[in-house]
Structure formats: C-alpha cells, structure tokens
Design a protein around this ligand. Structure first.
Ligand code: ADP
Ligand code: MG
Length: 755
C-alpha cells in the first residue's frame, strides 16, 4: 500500500500511525512537508571509517564493521536472582576498533559470530583507552552463514530493515546499500532511524512537487528544482547533490523572509510622511551654533543623510549603529530639532526607565534654555522636553499628556508607557528608538500609526549592539543602515584586562587598590555583579553558567557591597544598585553616582547602556564569564566617556585555557564592536542576540541561519525585490504568498499584501 501524498498531507495518512504520532509530538511536524523540510544533520558515507579524533564520547554513532572477536562470560545479576551472559565483541570498521558489549547477549552472540559484517548504532563511551558501545542496536549486513537477506537485528534498525526488505521486494534498492545514509537529530525517543524510515516512506508516496519559483528566477539563481531538492536532500547519491539541495531549500526561506521585509518596506512607504526641511533660522540652527564641540566627520555625514530623509514626504527608516559613546544621541537630538523646526513633535523611546531619565536629563542639559519653551526669557525658537514613564504619579502623567496633546512638548522621552493607546500626539513627526533590538517590530510600528492625517512619522532606530551589516539587512531588512565608526573627541578606547581571581588572587587585591586610587583622584568606579544576592537571583540578561562544582558561586552585589564597605574600600562612599530596588532608589543611586556623592557603585546590569558619567574611569566586572560578549562590550562603554582614560577589569574564576577564558581574552583584545558582535553571534543562539525584534518570523525559519547564510540572503533579497516590483500583491505567486503567510501569520500578511 503506497498512498499518494503531497507536502500538505498529514503524516498519519502516509506513515504508520504510531510513528506519525511520536514524530508529531516530538517535533510538532504535522504534514509531509514539515517532515521533509527538516534536513539531516549530516550524512554517513558508506565505507566511511571513523577517525578516532572526530569521535565524541556521549554522541550517538553508527559503526559499520566486521566482528573480529567474541568473548562471553556468565555473571550474577545484581538482585542475585539470575545469571546472564555478557558478550563482548571487537568490531573493526576498517581503521578503528570498537568494543561492543551486550549485557544479555546469549541470543545475540549467535547472530554475530566472528566474520559478520554488521551495523551497530549506539552511544559512544570509553572504557580505559577503548572505544565502547554498550548494548547498541544492530543489523546484520552480511552473515557468515545461513540464508542471505534474512533479517537479523534489533530495535529501530530491524524496523528499518523490514522497510528495506519491502522496498527490495518491490524491485527497489536496499536502504543499507546507499552510499549516503542521512543522520537526523533525534528527539524524545524518535531516533534518526525512525526519521529516515519516515522520510523514505514519505518520499516514496510524494507526487512531484510543483515549484513555486518562476523558471527564470530558478535559472538566474542556479537553483535545483524543489521536487528534486526535497528528494536529494534526504537521499543523495553524491555529496554535491545534498549541498545543492540544501542551498535550494535555504534559498526558499530567505526569499520568503525578504518578500516579507520588502512588503513591509513598501507598506510603510505607501502613506506619506510629514516633510520637515531644514530651516536656517530655527532651533536646530541655534543648537548647532552653541554646540560645545565640533561634530565628527562620521556624525556630519550621518546627519546629512538623515536631514535629506526628513525633508522628504516619504517616511525615513533608518538604523543608526554605533558603539556606546560614539555620539548617536547628539545626532538624534539634531535630527529631532529639524522636525521641531517644522512644528512637529518627536518621541525618543528608551528601553528602560533609567535610560529614559538619563536621556531626558542629557537632552535638557544640551539644549539649555532652548529646551525651556514657554518660559520667560527663553528664545523664541525654544521647545519643551517632556518625560513620560510608567512610574510617574497620576498628576505628573496628566500634565505630561496634556503638553503632548497640545503640542507644547516638542520632544517626548519615555519608555513603553508611551506606546499605550492613551497617548495622543498633537503632530508626531518622528520616532527615535534607542536600543532598537529591544523592541519588536509591532511596538515600533504601533507608534507609527500615530501621525497626523494618516501620515507616517519618520523613524530613526539606534543601537549600540552592532550587528554585522548582512545581518542588519536580514533582521531589519526594512531599514537603511548608517554607522558611526570613530569615537568622538579624540577619546582613547578603553583598556581591558582579564583578572584570573583564582589563579592570581593578589590581582583582585590590586583591583580594589586601583579603585581606591581612582577615588583619590576624584574619579568614580563601577563594580558590576551578575547576581543580586547570595540567595541566587540573577539579574535578567545575565548568562547562566552551570556550575560544575569546581568553581565558587558567583559574587552577589548585596554581599560584595557589604564586603567592600567593611573591607578593602572602607571609607569610600559606596552605593548599591540592583533590579529589586524600587525605581526611586535606583534613580537616587544613579543620580548620586553621577553627581559625585558616591565614589563607587556596586551594581548589577541595571546600569544601562548609554548612562553617561564622564568621571567614571574604572569598571570591574565580577564573574565576567557569566556575561555575553556584546554585553561586556556595552558595559565597558560606560567608563572613559569624559576624556579620561577608561579601564575595564574582567574578573573571573574560569579556568585558564577554557572556552570562557578564551572569550574574555577576545573581549580584552579588541574594542571593535563589529568583530565582537560576530564572535557573539557564533557563540549564542540567534534568538538571544536579536531579542524579540523579529523573533516571530525568525523562529519560523527552519534551515536558514542568518549568521551563516548572508550570501543566500542577499541574493534572495534581489529576487524578492524583482518579484514585488512586478507583482506587489503576490497575486501571481500564490505559493510564495503562502510561504510568507507561514512566516508572519495571516493577519499581518493580509494587510501587507493588500494593495
Ligand atoms: P551614544 O549615544 O552613541 O552612546 P553620546 O551621543 O551619548 O553617545 O555621546 C557620548 C559622549 O560624547 C557625550 O558626552 C557627548 O556629549 C560626547 N560627544 C558626542 N559627540 C561629540 C563630538 N563630536 N566631540 C566631542 N564629544 C562628543
Ligand atoms: Mg546613547
């Protein structure tokens, strides 16, 4: 019985119902298409020998080899009730010798006499210097005697052999004679062999799949047809085939993603933006005149791009990348003033309350009386900067909302509270989002519906977590990207050292001494901990590292504060800040540190990116290995901001020579945020790096790696543009439209593609 199937056919109609149910439960695969779009992890080449060096203990391996020796011995079972026969075989795969052990082997030993060629599938362990497989599943491939083709084996392999025998009886191939056997990632008791059997059965039933791509696109991109790709990806006869097949399937995902991003871009460009041309006599000009420093060339060039964008009636969509301290905020301020000059409002959105307060304070500081609009003596062109956060009192909030709706407030700084429906703007001209990666696309677009007369406010997104350009294009493919490379003001990059606290405890003493010396000079220091208190609560965002017992527990802020106050830093003015303090106390601690009432701030990561204390010169990060690379890079960006040289000390108990130490050395070795971002991406899961920015669509990608597949993505982007150019609603490409729908859900694709 071979029923016919399409990619939409439910698994249960083609596979054995019990297997179908297990696969659905383990992988959430419902259809044949789901199953076939999950590619093998690797391919086991027939006759391929194991290279001893590449074997990993604890991994599941499939060994094909000849039984060289067989020993058996009787033993008493633990409960003393019975006797068993332990059978030990040595199996040579033509290069490497494995020991194969069966604890209840009396029946098995007759199936596997010396000379038998068999396949063994089990978990690799070591016993002394020997490679060991304990009670693996096995399948006899060539028996020493007896009828050939007789089925001898155990477990899933025996199941698969049954399938193979059936296929052979129908005139097909033997599965075990294939040059390449696919190896799938097993899960929840569904083995690689289970999946191979399921895929094989599915492919036999699958009617030729219709290719959703135009032949012209296929030819131009050099792509294998979809039907062929689905088959060759699982059952290749040559290495080139599975590579080409995988490429085709990844291309499809890249194309769907780029169609989505392209459609978003077009959607946003459909409604006009409020044009805000530069004025020579307004607040922007006044601010430029009183700037305390010259803009760097990078700032000038980015600002000129932004100025041009803002003057047009098409919404700007720009991502500004630059390290902490590279001068993004200044650029944002001048951009906002251009919009204020056009008598419109701007919103500056910060991811946290601390940052919003900081932005509000520094914008007011930079503006001086230009930010005192409505007050006596303020210049005519002055505007007003209003703060709106979740923790404001009802009265404060009402007052702020009033200033926003009447248009008195030109610049509004706030947290998510702003996104709430209750905020009405008088005339919103631009949205500035700080730390773009913390916001989802929906949150961002939500504010963009708040323009006057259906106009779409301009968008400037900023991030200090640099993302390699190809990735920025993928994830924020609907944004133009600008970069600020140099640090302004001739600032020197921060010096960073690793302090191995266990191997060199005296270095840690030196850290506290250095902090004391800095305080004597009137400078300030941060001491950052990954954990709030010894009870074990981590600050969110901290990296959890399994403690294997060989390392001390991480240092906690509350305890370290006490220790430093009574010990090495006695007499200095020390503050404590962490996420469990009420917002007022956090703000007070930060304000005291900024104003110089504190010398040292012991804190968790709640001190945010972008917090600006020019006198801060030293940062000690305790248990630095518990933080991600980008996070460390951002943390250290908080010192050395005021022209004084900055020093960052990465304290760790990690073993030298280990991965953690390697990572910290990399951070110490470079201040190039883009290099570090790449390193970070390689070490972390993509979703963690990108936050929730596009996680919805990205989690629907099965094969595409936005870190590794930059090239495919770029090619797909060009094709997506061409397709949308001629068919913006994807009416002539229903199969592609369906792919996009699967990425974002029908609601969003509905509005994106309705023209
Ligand atoms: P970012 O927002 O990228 O972290 P900021 O805009 O806050 O950076 O700038 C960091 C510090 O550098 C601020 O104190 C700012 O006043 C100062 N700064 C910015 N641009 C310049 C410049 N061109 N010359 C000198 N100092 C600058
Ligand atoms: Mg900033």
């Amino acid at each position: 019985m071979t029923s016919l199937a399409t990619t939409d056919t439910p698994l249960g109609e083609v596979l054995d119902t019990e297997l179908a149910a297990r696969i659905e439960k383990a992988f959430d695969h419902r259809t044949i298409g789901d199953l076939l779009h999950t590619l093998p992890r690797r391919y086991r080449e027939h006759g391929q020998r194991f290279d001893k060096k590449s074997l990993v203990v604890g991994e599941r391996v499939t060994v094909i080899g000849t039984v060289q020796s067989s020993r058996s011995r009787m033993y008493q079972t633990k409960n003393g009730k019975g006797r068993r026969e332990m059978v030990t075989l040595t199996v040579d795969d033509g290069g490497t010798v494995f020991t194969v052990v069966f604890f209840a082997g009396s029946r098995i030993k007759h199936m596997l006499p010396v000379g038998t060629l068999a396949m063994f599938d089990g978990t690799l362990s070591t016993f002394g210097s020997k490679l060991d497989l304990k009670h693996p599943e096995f399948l006899v491939l060539r028996a020493v005697s007896g009828p050939t083709g007789a089925l001898r084996g155990s477990g899933d392999l025996a199941q698969l052999a049954k399938l193979s025998a059936k296929v052979e009886a129908e005139g097909g191939e033997s599965l075990f004679d294939r040059t390449y056997l696919p190896v799938y990632a097993a899960k929840d008791g569904v083995t690689s062999w289970d999946l191979f059997g399921a895929v094989y059965t599915a492919l036999r039933a699958l009617v030729p799949v219709v290719d959703p791509l135009d032949p012209a696109v296929r030819a131009a991109a050099g792509l294998m047809g979809l039907d062929e790709a689905l088959r060759k990806a699982h059952l290749p006869v040559a290495a080139g085939e599975y590579k080409a097949a995988g490429y085709r399937l990844r291309f499809d995902e890249a194309l769907a993603l780029q169609l989505l991003l392209g459609a978003r871009r077009r959607f946003l460009a459909r409604d006009p933006a409020p044009p805000s041309p530069v004025r020579s006599d307004g607040i922007r000009a006044a601010m430029l005149q009183r700037m305390p420093f010259e803009l760097t060339d990078g700032q000038k060039s980015v600002l000129s791009d932004i100025s041009t964008d803002l003057a047009r009636d098409e919404p700007m969509n720009r991502l500004l990348q630059g390290e902490v301290g590279s001068g993004k905020t200044v650029v944002a301020l001048l951009a906002m003033l251009q919009v204020v000059d056009a008598e419109r409002q701007c919103v500056l959105l910060a991811p946290t309350e601390v940052l919003a307060v900081q932005h509000h304070r520094s914008l007011r500081g930079m503006l001086g009386d230009l930010g005192e609009g409505g007050q006596l003596g303020a210049p005519d062109c002055a505007t007003r900067v209003v703060l709106l956060t979740g923790s404001m009192s009802t009265a404060e909030r009402r007052d702020a909302l009033l200033q926003i709706v009447t248009g008195e407030a030109g610049i509004i700084v706030g947290t998510h509270a702003l996104i709430q429906d209750s905020v009405d703007f008088f005339d919103l001209g631009m949205v500035v989002v700080d730390e773009q990666h913390r916001f989802g696309v929906r949150q961002r677009d939500r504010l963009r519906t708040k323009g006057r007369d259906r106009m779409v406010p301009h968008l400037l997104a900023m991030t200090a977590t640099p993302i390699p350009r190809t990735i920025a294009m993928t994830v924020f493919g609907d944004l133009e990207v600008s970069e600020l490379g140099e640090l302004p003001g001739g600032r020197r990059p921060i010096a960073t050292s690793v302090v191995p606290a266990r191997e060199r405890p005296e270095w840690l003493t030196r850290v506290w001494k250095r902090i004391r010396e800095e305080a004597d000079e009137g400078h300030r220091s941060y001491v950052v901990c990954s954990r709030i208190d010894a009870a074990g609560e981590d600050e969110p965002g901290g990296k959890r590292v399994d403690n294997d017992g060989s390392r001390p527990d991480p240092v906690a802020a509350v305890e370290l504060y006490k220790f430093l106050t009574e010990g090495p830093l006695e007499g200095l003015r020390i503050g404590l800040m962490h996420g469990r303090l009420p917002p007022e106390e956090k703000d007070a601690a930060m304000a005291d540190f900024a104003s110089g009432r504190l010398d040292v701030l012991v804190s968790t990561t709640v001190i945010e990116v972008g917090v600006d204390v020019p006198e801060a010169t030293v940062m000690a990060v305790m248990d630095a290995d518990r933080f991600g690379v980008s996070q460390l890079h951002q943390l250290r960006g908080r010192v050395g901001r005021g022209g004084l040289p900055g020093l960052c000390l990465l304290v760790t108990t990690a073993h030298s020579g280990g991965k953690a130490m390697e990572r910290l050395s990399a951070v110490a070795g470079t201040t190039d945020g883009f290099v570090l971002a790449q390193l970070d991406l390689q070490q972390r899961r993509e979703g963690d790096v990108l936050g929730d920015a596009q996680s919805g669509a990205l989690s629907a990608l099965r094969l595409l790696s936005i870190v590794e597949d930059g090239e495919v993505i770029e090619i797909a982007r060009r094709h997506a543009e061409e397709i949308l150019e001629s068919d913006p609603g994807l009416d002539a490409h229903p199969a592609l439209a369906e792919r996009v729908r699967r990425l974002v859900g029908s609601e969003e694709s509905e509005y994106l593609f309705k023209y």
